[in-house]
Design a protein around this ligand. Structure first.
Ligand SMILES: [Zn+2]
Length: 278
């Protein structure tokens, strides 16, 4: 019996903390340096290493029917979980059980550069989102040296986090482009902007949004949508309803619940503003 996507998702989620632990041991031994750059691509290395370590653990644990494949030529640092017995075609997704979008963020940076900004309409139900929170840590063995270390990780269904993100976007006064009502006045059937997020000022959040809603300043799009931390933040008049939306999603959805707890235990302002204990 081939595995279901749900079974595969549960296996990947179960072994991810162990993969991070083993990855940390490796990085403490090998990635030692003075200094320690931020924005150096180390986040991408950490994202990739997770996939390799997870595969190692699957083999060790006797899970021989699935493995992670690193999708080439892809905009996101994505893996596909594939059924080993099948032919894999990343174009048609033949042989795939599910995909995983992987993000990393530096714990000491105020806001992650990484955005979880794919549109909800683009997700398949079993897709996973993984987020690794890391930073440079002092070496315990050698003075003056540091190495990258994953402090904490999140992995669960992408759709649950996206639903919470979208609800909070609307709560802040944001909208999504609706078919037949594109600000670019696209003819029906030719509009590529449907579901694109616009902020409360009507400006596009992503570069693929309507051209007539481009920003007036230096950047041509707002890029707040899907900020890994920012997406949970509601200010001013929207703060109280934002906190209520977060609680509702946490109660209804295991993935949203885990994502908020992950952020709250690492960023006290999330728990403070939304008034709950971690
Ligand atoms: Zn349009």
């Amino acid at each position: 019996m081939p595995r279901t996507p749900e079974e595969a998702a549960q296996i990947i989620m179960r072994y991810t903390p162990q993969a991070c632990q083993e990855q940390n041991q490796f990085m403490a031994e090998v990635f030692q340096t003075r200094g320690g750059r931020i924005g150096s691509g180390m986040g991408g290395v950490i994202e990739a290493l997770w996939g390799f370590y997870l595969n190692r653990i699957l083999l060790r644990e006797g899970v021989t029917d699935i493995q992670l494949a690193w999708i080439y030529g892809h905009e996101y640092n994505d893996f596909a979980c594939i059924d080993i017995a099948s032919e894999w075609d990343p174009e048609t997704r033949q042989g795939e059980l599910l995909r995983i979008e992987v993000k990393s963020m530096v714990a000491s940076a105020d806001e992650s550069k990484a955005h979880f900004d794919r549109l909800s309409s683009e997700f398949l139900p079993d897709e996973l989102l993984a987020v690794f929170l890391w930073d440079w840590a002092p070496s315990t063995a050698t003075a003056n040296l540091v190495h990258p270390r994953i402090h904490d990780q999140f992995i669960n269904k992408a759709t649950g986090v996206a639903a919470l993100r979208d609800a909070l976007h609307i709560n802040r006064g944001g909208t999504f482009v609706v078919e037949g009502h594109c600000p670019d006045n696209c003819a029906p059937g030719t509009c590529s902007h449907v579901h694109e997020p616009l902020n409360s000022a009507g400006k596009r959040e992503r570069i693929s949004g309507p051209i007539s809603t481009r920003g007036t300043g230096k950047s041509s799009y707002a890029a707040n949508f899907g900020g890994l931390l920012r997406m949970l933040t509601s200010r001013g008049a929207t703060a109280a309803t934002g906190a209520r939306i977060i609680k509702e999603h946490m109660a209804a959805n295991a993935s949203a619940n885990e994502y908020v707890r992950f952020m709250a235990r690492n960023y006290s302002r999330i728990s403070r503003r939304n008034k709950f204990e971690t």
